[in-house]
Design a protein around this ligand. Sequence first.
Ligand code: ZN
Ligand code: FE
Ligand code: FE
Length: 287
Amino acid sequence: MHIGANVSIAQTGLLRAVEESISYKADTYMIYTRSNRGGQAKPIENFHRDEAIDIMNQHGLADPVVHLSYLVNLASPKEETFEYGVMVLTEEIKRVEYLGFQYIVMHPGSHVGTGMSLGIKRIAEGLNSILTGDESLFLCLETMAGDGSKVGNRLEEIAELMALVDHRERLGVCIDTCHNYSAGYDIVNDFDDFLAQFDDLIGLDLLKVAHINDSKTPFDSHKDRHANIGRGSLGYEAINRIVHHPLLQDIPLILETPGGYYKQEIALLRGETDELPPEGKDSGEGI
Ligand code: ZN
Ligand code: FE
Ligand code: FE
């Protein structure tokens, strides 16, 4: 099992991310390379890439993931928002290629009232204007919780979107246990059935990343409120079963839980403690 968390790049870039990950005894991690509040991104040359990669190699940290800013919305009917998304994603691909990382996770987008089918077409149009096929990474579409007007709550929507993209070979998928359960997939009682549907519609070889979160809201609630492991509606046993599922042992599993209890949650899921983390307040809505 390869497990890590959503870590910071404050001040020292990747050095900070790696140092934080080591303190959690993680063996992978996820970062945002720019603020979700917008503004100018920190130059990628200032991320201390080479030093950080040395430390990662020494500590067995691998397969890092970058999460795209959620200000990007290629499904938006607003031309300005669409163009901004195309610009930021184009730049982000270059930045992540510079780091040499393999995965960018992105939320497909929100159609903001135009409907699922137009939303899907618009995202595909955006991706088709960005992807050349020469990228050295996978752009992974994250499955959503069914909240608001988001695209990608159902595996069918992800599959439909992928089918419209010319350079499908550059795409992957990121599942999120909180989102999937909230969207009405009963992964607590039958995760295998979810994986079977995934395999039918998308193909399991395209499952590249998994976000591991409990949920503050019930099954099929169509809400996106992350909870600490064992402190939500999925529960410890179900999440523990999922992270140890044979089909998830080669991909990065990333915690996006509240309160900064990552060290404890990683130890719990590795079976090194049976103590549940405290209940973090904020719920990381939208990640
Ligand atoms: Zn979420
Ligand atoms: Fe996300
Ligand atoms: Fe997520």
